[in-house]
Design a protein around this ligand. Sequence first.
Ligand code: BDR
Ligand code: CA
Length: 315
Amino acid sequence: KIPIIIDTDPGIDDAMMLILAFANDHAFDIRLVTTSAGNISQDKTNYNTRAFLSYIGANVEIARGLESPIIYEIEEAEEVHGESGLGNVQFLTPTLPISYRTAITAMLETILKSDEKITIVSTGPLTNIAALILAHPEVKAKIERISWMGGAAVGGNVTPTAEFNAYVDPHAVEIVFRSGLPIVMSGLDVTHKAFITIDEMKNILNKDTDLTQKLNQMVEFYLKNIKKTPFHEENYDKVLHFHDVCAVMYLLKPDIFEGQDYYVEVELEGVTVGTTVVDYMEKTGKVPNVHVLYEVSREAFVKEFKKAVEIISER
Ligand code: BDR
Ligand code: CA
């Protein structure tokens, strides 16, 4: 089993990512979940994580992360994920408590006490991970790699060139990308290829259970709020992009993805703030620091995701 820590900001697609991660307990040993401020405030992402994981019957420590990005003010994505962060779908009050440890302490102690190296999955701004690395650089020796959903080599979703997670906390990206740690970047280049059509989603949710009803409501909310521009491909607003699922799917099924190591730098200010510049033309001559994914077998992706929804539905 791969020992992992998940840092997340639910977020509709974060919830879908949690389904994939917790359904595959034969593959993952999930040691800890931490929450980042991003799609919505820290209060809400932490609450949503506890509510959703309680709902799907997970048993894991959930620690509260930092309130805001390293330097900039938080910018949320309520228009995509709703006021609650989960498409305004109601969940019962969480039974899983907030950990007595902060995210940074919980990550530090979990990593240091582990016999094996830990893989970190991050599907929100990298704030907590950057703070961990800055405060406790000794953890680096015990981190296997970081699988992050964020960034884009070509085209953004919050500005013409920046992806949301990178845009919210570019300084955190800078710290993590310069850390020397192995990083896998599931940016928009690959997450847009890992789309799920509405018919496929109907098929995934074809059994009438409480879970499928709730996921259905989230999906409807998510679809309604996709903003298409004339620069997007034709069907952009007619399919589902569960970006965050890619960061876990890559660990589960690396062979269904294609990627390459590149040198990547992030823009910290101005009109291009949050842009991850992937040197795919190899102009800089700098040593690659990120494994950038750009291709996925969509069929295999959809099949694995469907399996995960079925497993959680039956629990
Ligand atoms: C990313 O931004 C968030 O809105 C999603 O949860 C995902 O992590 C996609 O750009
Ligand atoms: Ca997210």
